[in-house]
Design a protein around this ligand. Structure first.
Ligand code: CAA
Length: 405
């Protein structure tokens, strides 16, 4: 029998500040229901300058790394599309701060919101060949389109960390997957721009097309998937996105009526049923780019009361540009036990709401780039990592310790 490999632990870091989407809509002269219902977002996570992709990644990973893992983790793979350095990988900071052994390799991966899925695949393949070893995968992004732009309501920030091992506690991933590449400009960011360029409507269409093409391929070559997949997780830049893909798929199914295997239609209904569980957390956070698919997975695991160990889930990953992939995983016996629910609920409850003026001020802040020494004040919760200092164009991170610590 083959060794099971997959996600042994998974954790989400949520920044401590947010904007209410109803208030943002009012400030932009838009009917709040467009954001709340049409786009499906209630709150949007906001980061200030002391919270960057590294500190968020560290905060996601720190609680799931145990002492014995530090000698077993051979790779730290950091997926992001909001890197602050073109050369040095964000993973190198995590490698040091988490105390991973020196002979591990640490690097960064980019392909828009698909990056974390590529990292996860590399990690699983590595562990399949070396079942005693582990890989840490981190997805961390700050999704920004600019103030008062079309993409503004689909911003957000956060990080996901996943520890990949044999006999995983959460989700065992299958070796086979269906992937697709289509060279397009739906969302991209040339190196001279602060924010990405986006063709919003086109990106939604392309996402839907990629989903349908992958589902066609699944129906042709992997029909059994439609029998077994209890739920389908989507990359969710906003909570309506996966629903739109399901609607587009339904239109496609209707256009093929009579020629499709009935199990394809039955599967569709099951996926629609679990969809509300998938979006519960993301609605409170917004887009976290490459971690978004995995935030949806956490939300489904936390809220999906109809799920049981042994159920199979599909993960539909999409990254603009565009690359898509469907992965399949099987829920493991202890999957609920290892989710750090208390921490997640605490972070959701303790967040500070920003006024629109505060949000706009924070959004426009820039870190000094003069190469001098700048000490930064923490805005995170005690115990969390933050960017403490920049000095000679170098960044330094520490845990925020209060006087009582
Ligand atoms: N009450 C209820 N619903 C309302 C409403 C109201 N008063 N007013 C409008 N709506 C609905 C609209 O009918 C529409 O619903 P449908 O999509 O079901 O038709 C929805 O609200 C959004 O309205 P618009 O399409 O008019 O909104 P928009 O032109 O402002 O664009 C957007 C929305 C395309 C998501 C835009 O915010 C955007 O470009 N975002 C960034 C790009 C993006 O996230 N693309 C997704 C796929 S690509 C990807 O996933 C990669 C990535 O992460 C970047």
């Amino acid at each position: 029998m083959k060794t099971k490999v997959g996600i042994d632990r998974i954790h989400f870091y949520l920044p401590p500040k947010y904007v209410d989407m109803g208030l943002l809509a009012e400030a932009r002269g838009v009917d709040p229901n467009k954001y709340l219902i049409g786009i499906g977002q209630e709150k949007m996570a906001v980061t200030d300058a002391t919270i960057d992709i590294v500190s968020m990644g560290l905060n996601a990973a720190y609680p799931i790394i145990q002492e014995e893992d530090k000698d077993l983790i051979d790779q730290v793979i950091f997926a992001t599309e909001s890197a602050f350095d073109y050369s040095k990988a964000a993973a190198t900071y995590l490698h040091e701060s988490l105390g991973i052994h020196a002979f591990a390799k640490s690097y960064e991966i980019k392909e828009a919101c698909y990056g974390a899925t590529a990292a996860l695949q590399i990690a699983c393949d590595y562990v399949r060949l070396r079942p005693e070893r582990k890989v840490l995968v981190v997805a961390s992004d700050i999704a920004r389109y600019g103030l008062a732009t079309g993409g503004e309501p689909t911003q957000g920030a956060g990080a996901i960390a996943m520890l990949i091992s044999k006999n995983p506690s959460v989700l065992a991933l299958e070796e086979d997957s269906i992937s697709l590449t289509d060279n397009q400009y739906d969302f991209w960011r040339p190196d001279y721009l602060d924010y990405p360029l986006v063709e919003g409507k086109f990106s939604t269409q392309l996402y839907n097309q990629c989903f349908i093409k992958i589902m066609e391929e699944a129906a042709n070559k992997h029909l059994d998937l439609f029998d077994t997949l209890k739920g389908l997780c989507f990359h969710l830049p906003f909570s309506k996105m996966g629903k739109k893909a399901l609607q587009a798929y339904q239109d496609y199914l209707n256009s093929k009526e009579g020629s499709l295997d009935p199990k394809v239609v039955l599967a569709f209904n099951r996926w629609l049923e679990v969809y509300p569980d998938l979006i519960q957390i993301g609605k409170q956070v917004g887009n976290i780019y490459t971690g978004s698919l995995y935030l949806g997975l956490i939300s489904l695991l936390v809220n999906g009361t109809a799920l049981n160990a042994g159920d199979k889930l599909g993960l539909f990953s999409y990254g603009s540009g565009a690359v898509a992939e469907l992965l399949v995983g099987q829920l493991q016996v202890d999957y609920r036990k290892v989710l750090k629910l208390e921490d997640l609920n605490k972070r959701l409850a303790q967040r500070q709401e920003l006024s629109i003026e505060e949000y706009e001020m924070i959004f426009s802040e820039k870190l000094p780039n003069d190469g001098k020494t700048h000490l930064l004040e923490p805005s995170v919760l005690p115990g969390d990592f933050y960017l403490t200092k920049i000095d000679g164009h170098r960044r330094y991170y520490q845990q925020y310790k209060t006087q009582t610590d």
